[in-house]
Design a protein around this ligand. Structure first.
Ligand code: PMP
Length: 360
């Protein structure tokens, strides 16, 4: 078996021990005589799986009791619509635009109410996080929206925006479980799981209970109403059963790794290896301002498109795959999520050094 070092932005590398466990349990989950894929979502055995997954996530993130955890479908993109439909009481929301995903969420929200862009880093191709200490927050804003880690551009918030008392809503698709989070700072956190947590097809919403309303607009589909899902413990209809099971295994793995504080140290160590090299290299350079660098997604370029393409090609042949940058940024991007071992980053940097020597 030859596993590659997979630097994909998502779906992404998962912990090998989790994949092995899933393989071991594939035909007969804990003596049930069937795979989790074949099980009724109403069965006792599945009930234990989803309950345990929720409990482990609650433990890991220290989620307060007045927050609900919802296991949903439709990807992160579906939440771009669900959030305004559920949270816009006054019909107003403020968005901070730090990349494509925040922009898409903002555009979607415009279908449901008045949306104000209170800050943006579009002027410099989203290579930084705007100063959010004193924004023109709307008096009647129902929430302030951010994308906490910008997967495409490789920036992240080191300090949360001053929302002037308004509810903060965050897309944490690409940095969930990478470091501790103070859940109480947010009204709603959500994430598509296919980067740090599991296979595509599951999106998890962590929402403060008082924000779950019954009086959402009548056009809001039953399935997108958080109350439907909350009242039914995410089992209103058939949930993405197998995906949730894998998420549960990953939660256990993160716990075994020492939880989110340990994960942060591990991620900082990995990111430093790559950023330190980028800062010292004469060929490669990072594309975002140092203060706002993501621990998860590291875009870099040589400044020469042909050389970028040569690098990606040779890296792929050497077993470092999915390093091509997003089409809007070009160059390269190494996504180094929780499950990327330190060895993967060390070997990538060694390969980059070698490439630099041979090509300069
Ligand atoms: N938000 C962020 C931060 C993302 O990186 C992505 C892309 N995976 C999305 C939202 C959209 O996710 P999905 O494909 O699950 O809709």
């Amino acid at each position: 078996m030859a596993r590659v070092f997979n630097f994909s932005a998502g779906p992404s590398v998962l912990p090998e021990v989790v994949l092995k466990q899933a393989a071991d349990e594939m035909l007969d989950y804990k003596g049930s005589g069937m795979s989790v894929m074949e099980m009724s979502h109403r069965s006792k055995v599945y009930d234990n799986i989803i309950k345990e997954a929720e409990k482990d996530l609650r433990d890991l993130m220290d989620i307060p009791d007045n927050y609900k955890v919802l296991f949903l479908q439709g990807g992160a993109s579906q939440q771009f619509a669900a959030i305004p439909m559920n949270l816009m009481k006054n019909g107003v929301a403020d968005y901070i635009i730090t990349g494509q995903w925040a922009k898409k969420a903002c555009e979607e929200a415009k279908k449901y109410g008045k949306v104000n862009v209170v800050a943006s880093s579009a002027d410099k191709t989203f290579s930084y996080i705007p100063d959010c200490s004193d924004l023109p927050i709307s008096e009647d804003a129902d929430y302030v929206y951010i994308c906490h880690n910008n997967t495409i551009y490789g920036t992240t918030y080191k300090k949360l925006p001053n929302t002037k008392g308004k509810i903060l809503v965050a897309d944490m698709s690409s940095d969930i479980l990478s470091q501790p989070v103070n859940v109480s700072d947010y009204g709603l956190i959500y994430f598509g799981v296919q980067k740090n947590v599991g296979p595509a097809g599951v999106v998890i919403v962590i929402i403060r209970e008082d924000l779950i309303r019954d009086d959402v607009p009548t056009y809001c589909p039953t399935m997108l109403k958080y109350k439907t899902q909350a009242d039914n413990d995410s089992l209103y209809n058939t949930p993405p059963c197998y995906g949730i099971y894998i998420c549960g295994l990953v939660f256990k793995w993160v716990k075994e790794m020492g939880g989110l504080s340990a994960m942060k140290i591990h991620n900082e160590k990995k990111a430093a290896i790559l950023y330190d090299f980028l800062d010292s290299s004469k060929m490669f350079r990072g594309t975002v301002v140092k203060e706002d660098r993501s621990l998860m997604n590291v875009p870099f370029v040589t400044g020469n498109e042909e050389l970028d393409a040569k690098f990606v090609k040779e890296a792929t042949a050497a077993g470092f795959v999915n390093l091509k940058g997003h089409r809007t940024v070009g160059g390269m991007r190494a996504s180094i999520y929780n499950a990327m071992p330190i060895e993967g980053v060390e070997k990538l940097v060694a390969f980059m050094k070698d490439f630099e020597e041979k090509n300069s």
